[in-house]
Design a protein around this ligand. Structure first.
Ligand SMILES: NC(=O)c1ccc[n+]([C@@H]2O[C@H](COP(=O)([O-])OP(=O)(O)OC[C@H]3O[C@@H](n4cnc5c(N)ncnc54)[C@H](OP(=O)(O)O)[C@@H]3O)[C@@H](O)[C@H]2O)c1
Length: 334
């Protein structure tokens, strides 16, 4: 999306994928202040981004997952909060799709995309999105906090409150505690009155998980004191077998990602014999984003933010995620 007359418009900062590299994804990142200020087409809005947050999705994009070479360069970023042209403080809903086709939920539109897949994303000074993709930012949340919510937090919100069907007092296991989705899941589940258990690869992150609200934290694959009602799974191959063994008969594994790889054994005999439910979960609707914002405003719950960096130093944030150093979200201040 470019301005009508780029020569006469100010050029602004943008962080783009310019090539793919599966082994060293950060090499394909470009930070440049040569982007024309975008003009919103009819029915779209322009948002001056104040804060944006990093997701594993942005790393996958640099590895060529979900993007084609002919779509490069592409401004990355699903998560953002800022100020629209009318001066309203807004949060961006990252799912671009037709809610009617998706039977009331844009996520179910077969042609839906996430910001940065088909249209430029939030890692820039300006973003243009369909008007339906902005919602009001509650005054209780800072731009940095609000920017963390539209992807990882919204995904955790739907996993927990829609797809796990758990109730206060139930026990939930969150795999891979340090991630954006997982820190959100721990925080939301604790605030909603569940018993929260988590796994993480390092003792430091297990300690952080308990500080965040987990009642107990375990090494990956550890035998648990008892089986849980639900597992929230985003790690994939390296935790899947544990998830299948951790859940009680008749319980549910809600899966939104496979960071460590796909295609572990499905262990179908265990699935049917234990009457397990395996439920896929992706993002959330505009309505769920409004509910999540309200939940945070009402409860005082806030995202765990590992670090805030200026957008010009985005590559440092990407590198830290790639090295697995993070606990919570990386936010780019714009
Ligand atoms: N379906 C959707 O709509 C949706 C939305 C958001 C995210 N996702 C997916 O969910 C996953 C998590 O996303 P995120 O943004 O939360 O990512 P993230 O912040 O990078 O977190 C990934 C976490 O996975 C854990 N992990 C365990 N084994 C790992 C391994 N071998 N390699 C890397 N990480 C490992 C790590 O936790 P410890 O270090 O604590 O062990 C890490 O912090 C991604 O696959 C993402 O694509 C899907």
């Amino acid at each position: 999306m470019v301005g009508k007359d780029p020569d006469t418009m100010a050029h602004v900062l943008a962080v783009r994928a310019i090539s793919f590299d599966a082994a060293e994804p950060v090499r394909g990142l470009q930070v440049a202040d040569d982007a024309p200020t975008p003009e919103p087409p009819a029915g779209w809005k322009r948002v001056r981004i104040r804060a944006a947050a990093l997701n594993r999705h942005d790393i996958f994009s640099l590895q060529g997952v979900g993007l084609r070479a002919e779509e490069l360069p592409r401004v990355l970023g699903c998560d953002g909060a800022g100020v629209d042209d009318e001066g309203n403080d807004v949060v961006v809903h990252a799912v671009l799709g037709d809610a009617e086709i998706g039977r009331g939920d844009a996520v179910n539109d077969p042609r839906r995309s996430l910001l940065s897949e088909r249209y430029d994303g939030t890692f820039a000074e300006y973003l243009v999105v369909p008007a339906a993709n902005v919602v009001a930012k509650p005054a209780e949340l800072t731009f940095e906090e609000a920017a963390c919510l539209p992807t990882a937090w919204l995904t955790a919100f739907r996993m927990l409150f829609k797809n796990s069907a758990t109730r206060p007092g139930d026990t939930v296991l969150v795999q891979g505690a340090g991630g954006g989705v997982s820190t959100a899941a721990i925080t939301l589940a604790r605030a909603a009155g569940l018993r929260v258990w988590a796994t993480s690869r390092t003792p430091e992150k297990r300690a952080r998980a308990i500080e965040l609200g987990a009642h107990a934290a375990f090494e990956p694959g550890a035998r648990l004191p008892e089986r849980v009602d639900a597992v929230l799974e985003s790690v994939g191959q390296s935790t899947w077998a544990h998830s299948l063994r951790a859940v009680r008969p008749g319980g549910v594994i809600v899966v939104c990602g496979a960071t460590s790889g796909d295609a572990p054994s499905a262990e179908l005999a265990r699935v049917f014999y234990q009457q397990l439910r395996v439920v896929g979960s992706t993002m959330g609707s505009r309505q769920e984003l409004l509910q999540l914002l309200s939940f945070c405003a009402l409860t005082g719950v806030r995202p765990a933010i590992d670090r805030v960096l200026p957008l010009t130093e985005a590559a440092d944030g990407f590198a830290a995620m790639w090295r697995g150093e993070l606990f919570g979200k990386v936010v780019f201040a714009v």
